[in-house]
Ligand binder design. Structure first.
Ligand SMILES: Cc1cc2nc3c(=O)[nH]c(=O)nc-3n(C[C@H](O)[C@H](O)[C@H](O)COP(=O)(O)OP(=O)(O)OC[C@H]3O[C@@H](n4cnc5c(N)ncnc54)[C@H](O)[C@@H]3O)c2cc1C
Ligand code: FES
Length: 280
């Protein structure tokens, strides 16, 4: 496991990238050097006790300084409640408490075709994963493995087109993008699972799925993966308080080797689990 760093750091920049969706960049060289796609950070507003408890935000992107060394990380969030609304009002220079990188990461096992499936703000961990899979970005100590997929596709679902975040970033990194909206404003009208099924009809050979989004969507993706015999990982977003294994607020039902299930901490043993492990 990587060592966990704690820092008080300033916001370098912050801007909207979709409806109610913000990208915040923070200076955190020690974290940027070790973080891997799928890992997350706990974030609080410094010197502010409301909200008191930190919130989990996944790595979106990594930035390098003029010497090529990892220096900053970007996080992407949807404004929902107390914390995310307060964060969206912060200006560059505002100070955040950040600890991480936390949790495990998506696997870097070689495959022919990595299919990433994202619903809503579940898009966040996918950009760095795509960069690692295609070998265009190097992360932490897993960086030396280089590219691990020949092709990367993204099946991305949202309520309406205005919520799609970072589409240009994905296409410019060589990702084939397939969209679905509930209202038909862009891409397929309907669910992202229908887009996934359509893609897998073409071929399942050498495919591996990585998924993040609302729980019913992830459950649907796991079902499809199971039916088609495709390996699949999901990143769970259970609410968290500490992020470091102490409070047990983040537990999920995880299947054990003997077929029974037990609670596991999403912040320590996850957030990424094999689809076969999760009891929905
Ligand atoms: C490992 C991990 C990574 C995450 N990465 C991201 C990310 O990259 N970007 C992002 O926007 N969010 C992410 N989340 C979810 C994020 O932590 C919550 O959205 C955040 O806590 C909301 O905080 P808030 O104070 O704004 O809302 P709150 O006031 O805490 O809650 C507002 C509403 O959202 C609901 N809610 C709170 N937390 C969650 C949750 N985890 N899942 C579903 N509903 C929730 C509440 O029940 C309430 O209805 C992640 C969660 C985990 C566990
Ligand atoms: S968030 Fe505290 S144990 Fe996981």
């Amino acid at each position: 496991m990587n060592s966990i760093h704690y820092t008080q750091t300033e916001i370098v920049s912050q801007h909207t990238i979709a409806r109610d969706t913000w990208q915040v960049r923070i200076r955190a060289p020690e974290m940027a050097q070790t973080v891997r796609p799928g890992q997350f950070f706990m974030v609080r507003l410094a010197q502010c006790n409301d909200p008191l408890i930190g919130r989990a935000l996944a790595l979106y992107d990594l930035h390098r300084d003029s010497h090529g060394a990892p220096s900053d990380i970007s996080l992407v969030y949807l404004t929902k409640g107390k914390f995310t609304q307060a964060l969206s009002r912060c200006k560059p220079g505002a100070v955040l408490d950040v600890w991480g990188p936390l949790g495990n990461a998506f696997s870097v096992e070689p495959c022919k075709h990595l299919v990433m499936v994202a619903g809503g703000v579940g898009i966040t961990p996918m950009l760095s994963l795509a960069g690692a899979a295609l070998g265009s970005e190097v992360f932490g100590d897993a960086g030396s493995t280089g590219a691990f997929a020949s092709k990367v596709s993204l099946c991305y679902g949202a309520r309406t087109a205005a919520y799609f975040a970072g589409l240009d970033a994905f296409t410019s990194r060589g990702v084939e993008v397939h969209l679905a909206t509930e209202d038909g404003s862009l891409g397929h009208r309907g669910r992202v699972t229908e887009v996934l099924n359509h893609l897998l009809d073409t071929s399942c050979e050498g495919v591996r799925i990585a998924c993040c989004g609302p729980e019913p969507m992830m459950e649907g993706v796991c079902e499809i993966a199971h039916q088609r015999g495709v390996p699949c990982e999901v990143s769970l977003e259970t609410p968290m308080a500490c992020g470091i294994g102490i409070c047990f607020t983040c537990v999920a039902k995880i299947r054990q080797a003997d077929g029974s299930w037990d609670y596991r901490r999403t912040c320590m043993e996850g957030p990424v689990f094999s689809s076969q492990q999760v009891v929905w």
